[in-house]
Design a protein. Structure first.
Ligand SMILES: Cc1cc2nc3c(=O)[nH]c(=O)nc-3n(C[C@H](O)[C@H](O)[C@H](O)COP(=O)(O)O)c2cc1C
Length: 171
């Protein structure tokens, strides 16, 4: 077999879940040293890397999330499939966990994950539990001119996280 068996609903629901993620966003939750935080992401892709089912996400270096991730090397992603969550997604994508408890302030519910120590956000529809395989700043040798102009900040790059999906469940 070329690749590890891909857990349901990663293979069957991946396209639907990724559409929701890119369309309105998802909660990416981290925890380290007793601190738990969630932030909104809208960039991500599901696939196979190094024979493992993976989720690749892009987190700017300045995010509080990145600080926690650099210690824990794991995260969960909870993807809602309802527009009802849009206001909360926007709020978690504007506020920083450095300035307050976004989970409590936005009435989000934490629930224990199945494999990793980081909890999920129960309001999501699909949940992916992820362990980081590789973290790499998105710097040259090559970056497309248009991407560079639109997304590049020299001293605050995105870090590309390729993470193994160790559990995946939901709808
Ligand atoms: C819809 C939406 C999508 C976002 N997607 C990303 C993303 O993929 N990567 C990223 O670094 N920031 C993204 N952001 C910005 C972060 O969510 C935002 O900076 C957040 O306040 C960081 O929180 P933290 O400091 O608690 O980690 C997005 C924001 C919104 C509203």
């Amino acid at each position: 077999m070329l690749q590890q068996e891909i857990p349901f609903p990663f293979s069957e629901s991946a396209t639907k879940a990724m559409n929701w993620l890119c369309d309105q966003g998802a909660f990416l939750t981290t925890s380290a040293d007793g601190r738990i935080n969630t932030m909104t992401i809208a960039w991500g892709s599901a696939g196979i890397v190094m024979k493992k089912p993976t989720l690749t996400v892009f987190i700017r270096e300045s995010r509080y999330t990145q600080e926690l991730l650099s210690t824990s090397n794991e995260f969960t992603v909870s993807i809602p499939d309802s527009k009802n969550m849009f206001t909360k997604l926007l709020a978690c994508g504007k506020q920083s966990g450095r300035d307050g408890d976004k989970i409590a302030n936005n009435q989000l519910t934490l629930q224990s994950a199945k494999v990793v120590d980081t909890p999920i956000i129960a309001e999501g529809t699909w949940h992916l539990e992820c362990k980081v395989l590789l973290a790499q700043p998105m710097t040259a040798p090559f970056i497309d001119e248009e991407c560079q102009q639109e997304h590049w900040i020299e001293d605050n790059p995105y870090l590309c996280y390729i993470a193994e999906v160790v559990a995946c469940y939901g709808k």
